[in-house]
Design a protein around this ligand. Sequence first.
Ligand SMILES: [Zn+2]
Length: 322
Amino acid sequence: MKLATLRIAKFFLCLLPLFLQNPILAAIADKKTEIVTTVSPITNIVQNVGGKHIKVTGIVPDGTDSHTFEPIPSDVKILQAADMIIVNGLDLELPTLNLAKKVKRPETPILQLGNLTLKEADWQYDFSFPREHGHPNPHLWLNIELVMRYAEIIRDNLIMLDAANKVSYQENTAAYLAKLKKLDQAIFKCVETIPETNRKLVTYHDSFAYFAPRYGMVVIAAVQPSDFSEPGPQEVISIIKQIRETGVPAIFGSEVFPSKVMKQIAREAKAQFIDQLADDELPAAPNNSFIGMMASNMVTMTKALGGNSACMANIDASNIAF
Ligand SMILES: [Zn+2]
């Protein structure tokens, strides 16, 4: 009996190499690299670079105010399981970053994409992000040239972490950079169709500070104060005056920050109020991607400012397979 058991065991041992060559079993053995991210645009950019070799968990829920987001207790486990933590940085996710530093495994790197992309001299401070508070405007990802740097930084760090899948990360990134380049060029085209006197932005949330200088637009005003409350009457009056003087035809709200004041400002200044620009929230399927979010922003913005939104007609908002 014992001998028979031994023989059976030997027989299965001989089969072991065959089992390991089986792609399904090999896939189980090949555990995906676990990446933890924060806001949905960053999560989506990381997914496009990492493709099928990484598992990404974004801990800031879609449509949440990322600037005041506090991680919840269950995020500790997620951060502890991470092989790499990727945040936007420039102080956007300070509570999450501080928690991550405390609870992560010692060998887990933290990438602050914004800080690796822009040197401090190029950080922007303005009405909603005043220099005296020491926290710069963090919205680099609305500028596609900077997103292309983000993608390259993510690629290089994924390769350092998981060299076995180097070629796949390189291929994904090359394909994604090509899509981003098309998007970047299309945004330039959109702005070209907007009459020059209308290339001005008044937004509620101050998220276009790095977008505007790249694409030849000017941010006239951002309405939201630095503590993310509503502006006082003096500020409202001054913004209405600026809109009247500049003749801006439309002002823009954000879905994450509904504001009654914007409607009032638009009425008083005789401008259209468009409540649809997004910087944190990805659109629903089939355009559920960062590129889809920017394409939708540009259609909204271009139409409202008197341009031709056909500029976005050929944008492929699909994701790299993951
Ligand atoms: Zn924001």
